[in-house]
Design a protein around this ligand. Sequence first.
Ligand code: NAD
Length: 727
Amino acid sequence: MISLKVPHHGNPWTLDIDSAWIAWLTFDLKGEKVNVFNEHALAELEMMLDQLHADERIKALVLTSGKRDSFIAGADIEELAKIKDDEDARAKSQAGQTVFEKIATMPVPTVAAIHGACMGGGLEMALACDYRLVTDHPKTILALPEVNLGILPGWGGTQRLPQLIGLAMALPMILGGKNIPGKKAYRMGLADGIIAEAFVRQQGADFVERVLTRSGRAKVMKRRAKSQSRVMKMLQANPLGRAIIYRQSLKQVLKKTNGNYPAPLKALKVVQKTFRRRPIDQGLVLEATYFSKLACTPISRNLVNLFQASQRAKKAGAPDVKLELRSGGVLGAGLMGAGIASAMSRAGMAVRLKDISWEALGKGLSTIAKGYKGRVKRRRMTQGEMDQAMLRVAPTIDFTGFANLDIVVEAVIENMDLKVKVLRELEDSVGPDTIICTNTSSLPLNDLAAIMKRPKRFIGLHFFNPVDRMPLVEIVPCKKTSKETILAAVQLVKDMGKIPVVVGDCPGFLVNRILIPYLVESAWMFEEGIDIERLDSLLEQFGMPMGPMALVDEVGIDVGYKAAKTLESAYGDRMNVPSALDEVAESGDLLGKKNGKGFYIYEKKSKKPNERVYRLIEEARRRDGISPRDIPDGDVIDRAILIMVNEAARCLEEHVVDDPEALDIAMVMGTGFAPFRGGLLRYADERGVREIMHRLEEFEQKYGERFKPARLIEKVAKSGGRFYSNN
Ligand code: NAD
């Protein structure tokens, strides 16, 4: 085989023409872990395409990636964040469209050979090709996640995807950013063949050879056409059928977003106006127009900022020293311990999991296995990887093997005496350099540090439940914790693929300290007579992922109540728990979702308000001489949200975190606080801190001290400033 290599200085694309005159164009952005389309990469691609266009000897073009396990992650977010105005946005959209149009109009067959993540602009490029091949590897994921950044696919995605796989399968991808694994892409007709990662080149060439023949081409097209169901094809072929699909999609989007996110609505509009109604050139113009209407909106800015901030948080720690954490230990194989051990093992570490009985360990191991099985099912992990990960977890009822561990996380029952005993035993069983972390959520960290012989190597590491799904971990150094220990904790969290936020030690740490007042305030409003469903629905409309009462049920009324009481005793009056909540919590069997009885009654997949809770509240009201009253919608939302803003300001004031961005990331990642609002403090800035202060003062008059504006709020409001610029 002759190989004609054309090197291009500074060009991320390498052209390689093989003996069969197949041009292989490989994308490998220098110095980056993944490929992203920046202006330069797009411009270079355009030049290479022009050159190939003119070369009559070329028989086919195959686009691939030079990165390991990653195809193209999408457009460069930095450039997206720098879009100046609507016109600039339109130009950016058109620039990509133009280049991809050149792929679409190549005179020879074009193929994208995809291994690894193929997202956003990467998928739009692949869609412009005549054919797509994918590897059957868990890392091969195809998606158009643009809506998550408040924009829509602006490089042809809204046009070519529905055309290729039909409306019914394309809309969930465009409107919901749905991830499609390689094999599924093949079943959907989004891909035309499955190749093995080790043989991309050979199998890619074989495929090209096939589609160069008429019969081969016909076979591929026939299979592709078959992947859409007949019903769907009929439905989308007529305007009434399409109207049904659009209506359903709209309903789903509104249900999911409460109408708070304009991007999926606009994307739906583009598809609706163009699919089967306009030729692609007109469709692309409309796509660019709608893209430009979204790219500079505050919502898109907020989502892009959050994305960048979480990327920065993931890069936190020691940029030049890569700490190697090879082995870890976990004490307690319960709810949290099993999750932590599972994440450690998935990060490739050898894990010792200790509990007091084999029965507890058995339960822990089956929880881990269940989580992995789910991943295998969702194709996030292969069966082989699962087997390996299970083998890396060694259960034990004593401290065998702890002497050489790099890091240990203690996650036994929340009880001071027990933790003291366990930490002492642990410290005697590990090596002098082992880092010891505690996952306590409410015990004073510095009291625990005081009993340690090596407090320098001791730190709080607060995971959220369920560990498997929650991306945030609070890292809480004690007074004597060394810098190396903090860095190691940050590294562990990053190795687990989670986001670390370093916070100061205070009751509730950062996230619960801010979240619990929100839940408690909701309980106050419930006691005052607000209906549970109305309360939840108003806060969902604000953008919270679920209402506060449903959240308490989710967390467990017992767990939530205990946390609220801990904060009440730590912070006093401003976190007073209403007696209505005492009533519910002390009822004994109202535990929330876990036993099907909480503020709601859970039956199968539905829930309805629990009449018993209403009766309990009425009794509490009678006893306390409270008569129910109505609260206007705006006040319900403001009382719940602004009490969080107030506490967040106190956290900044007390340096629990110094950076509003870290606080916002923590609240979005730890509680799901409305991402489109950019975070709690970003919301406060946009709303105006002065207005917030006035509202707090008004509530202070009406409802008492707990709304007294924090000093920082007064300071920022008086200077007319913002949280973000004031820090
Ligand atoms: P859990 O009751 O589910 O599990 C605790 C486990 O510790 C049990 O399996 C128990 O047998 C084991 N254990 C008891 N004594 C032990 C000993 N001497 N050595 C080893 N194991 C022992 O509790 P959990 O919910 O997993 O909580 C564990 C810790 O995590 C607590 O400190 C809790 O505050 C904290 N935390 C919990 C949550 C949550 O939502 N559940 C969230 C964040 C942090």
